[in-house]
Every structure is written in structure tokens, then in C-alpha cells.
Ligand binder design. Structure first.
Ligand SMILES: [Zn+2]
Length: 308
């Protein structure tokens, strides 16, 4: 299927699973960038932004985030320095960033990194923003992230969905947060009422089949509701895949010790799986290799073909 068409003022830099997509909304005197990728790819984000088909040599006037996870806000600090642009985050995330709560932001808690930055503005659910010559309504989408927002342009049927909706599913939901799963359901029900022609997701290319994506998201949600331990297993698999992507490779010999050292694996294992660190390592590698999320290369785990 051909790529869905977007207004000329809306430019999407499609990234990968380490860095979320960067969305450039062009308007004279008010160029906005939504989401900035992972910190170790911040230079790459800047280079892509400078490509004439995106920002080129124009100024950037605002950096905004759909939510404050490391793969969406990792370029904030660098880009704010380069462009002197203010940074706007959802109001529900602002205090976590101001206090640099590395547990709630899933940073050292999950072996992820981000350069600290200053929040200069807050984005509010229900507010309407004029970006790229279009009107975007900010809609609260708690679930994957309890403070997340998506941006909906009714006139053009565009939805900048962050990790609340992808073509195949949505971002991990944390089972230790009791509100997260019910919130995911209300979020999907709210999104289902929108009139969406093109979804610009946090990961993966923009797509037109909104109804199909909603169907797949609800089916994933039902699987989690039927068996909440699935969520915990999914969290650990996604986190380890991310770490292998972020580091490029992880030594196999120290994986069990690594899983015992990083809080999210240790705590989730104790609470939901109750395996020895060695057995957890074995299970994760087997599952992720089967899904081609990672690959064994000699003494190391490296990103798999499905991550390319
Ligand atoms: Zn996220």
C-alpha cells in the first residue's frame, strides 16, 4: 500500500525502535519538532533535522514531547542548546522531569539514559495548539505512559499517536501500575471515536489503516486483560531488546548478573516470574531469538533482524 499523503507542513522523520519518530511541523516563525529520539542518536537526529526536506537551515521554535520516555526525549537537551528552543512536555510529566525522577522516567531503573533538560512549557490535555498551520487538539492517553498526550488534527484527520497506538499494538503497559491497563482501555475507546485518515505513530511509518490498527490494539489489550502476567513478560522482553539496541551488544556471560543488577528485571522477576537470574536470562534469550528481536553472535547478544 502506498504511503498516505500528509500536508506539506507536516514532515515525518521515520526512525527505529531505539529512537522514536521525529515530526516536524513547519510554520513561518513557529517551527515545531515533536519527539527527539534516543540520547545516543541525538547527533543523528540533528543531522536528519538539517536535511532540506525537514527543517533544513530554518530555525526551530519549539521542542514538544508526546511523553517522557528515553526514546522520545533523548535529543531534547542537545537540540535546545543548538536552536535555543523551549521544551514543552505534557503537564503530567513535567514534575518527573523537573525532579529528574530516574525511576518513574524509566532511566536507570531500566538501564536507559537521557541527558537532563529543562522544561520550559507544559502541554495540556484539551488544549488546542497551532502548529504547522493546523489546529491540533492535545488528548490525554494514559496507559503505556500515564501522562502521555496525542495530538489530533480533525480538519486533516491526522493523529500523532506517540506510543499510545502503533500500526501493530502500542507501547508496553506496566502491570505494577494498577491503573495502567484500565487506562489503556479507556484511551483506546477514546481514540476509536476520532475520525483518523493518517496515524503518525511514535515508531514505524505513518499509516492509513486506522480501523485495522484499532482492531489489533484492542485484541492485544484483551490478551493482557485475560492474562496480566503476559504484560510483565512483555515488559522484560521489550526492555532487554531496547538495551541490546542501545548498547549495540551485550555479553552473554554476564547477562544473568546484568538482569539481577538492573532494578526492573530484578523486581519484575521477583514479583511475576520468580526464576533464578540464570533461568531468566535463558528464557529471555530463547524468546527474543525466536522473535528475531536479538541474535546470538559468538559471546554476545546483538540486535536481531526484526529490529533492523
Ligand atoms: Zn514510550
Amino acid at each position: 500500500m502506498s504511503a498516505p499523503s500528509l500536508p506539506a507542513s507536516v514532515r515525518v522523520i521515520v526512525r527505529d525502535w531505539l529512537s522514536a519518530n521525529n515530526i516536524v511541523l513547519l510554520q513561518p516563525g513557529c517551527n515545531v519538532l515533536i519527539d527527539t529520539g534516543y540520547v545516543s542518536r541525538a547527533d543523528e537526529t540533528l543531522q536528519k533535522l538539517r536535511d532540506p526536506q525537514f527543517l533544513g537551515d530554518q530555525p526551530l521554535h519549539l521542542i514538544a514531547n508526546t511523553h517522557c520516555h528515553s526514546d522520545h526525549m533523548g535529543g531534547n537537551a542537545l537540540l535546545a542548546r543548538i536552536y535555543g528552543a523551549p521544551i514543552a512536555v505534557p503537564t503530567g510529566e513535567a514534575s518527573l522531569v523537573r525532579n529528574w525522577d530516574t525511576r518513574e522516567l524509566w532511566l536507570d531503573y531500566a538501564d536507559q539514559r537521557c541527558e537532563r533538560f529543562e522544561v520550559t512549557e507544559e502541554l495540556h490535555a484539551g488544549a488546542v495548539y497551532s502548529w504547522g498551520g493546523l489546529r491540533w487538539e492535545a488528548i490525554a492517553t494514559p496507559g503505556h505512559d500515564m501522562g502521555a498526550l496525542v495530538f489530533y488534527c480533525a480538519a486533516e484527520g491526522l493523529l500523532i499517536s506517540g506510543d499510545a497506538l502503533w500500526e501493530n499494538g502500542f507501547g508496553i503497559v506496566m502491570p505494577h501500575e494498577p491503573q495502567a491497563l484500565p487506562a489503556t482501555r479507556s484511551t483506546l475507546e477514546r481514540l476509536a471515536h476520532l475520525n483518523v485518515r493518517v496515524v503518525i505513530p511514535g515508531h514505524g511509518p505513518p499509516f492509513g489503516d486506522f480501523a485495522g490498527a484499532m482492531e489489533r490494539a484492542f485484541s492485544r489489550l484483551r490478551a493482557f486483560e485475560a492474562e496480566p502476567s503476559r504484560m510483565a513478560r512483555n515488559v522484560l522482553k521489550v526492555m532487554l531488546t531496547f538495551s541490546v539496541l542501545a548498547r549495540g551488544r551485550l555479553p552473554r556471560s554476564t547477562l544473568a548478573a546484568y538482569l539481577d543488577d538492573i532494578p526492573i528485571y530484578r523486581e519484575y522477576n521477583a514479583r511475576y516470574l520468580n526464576l533464578s537470574p540464570g533461568a531468566l536470562a535463558h528464557w529471555l534469550v530463547e524468546e527474543l531469538a525466536r522473535a528475531q528481536a536479538l541474535r546470538i553472535s559468538g559471546a554476545f547478544l546483538v540486535p536481531g533482524d526484526a529490529m533492523g
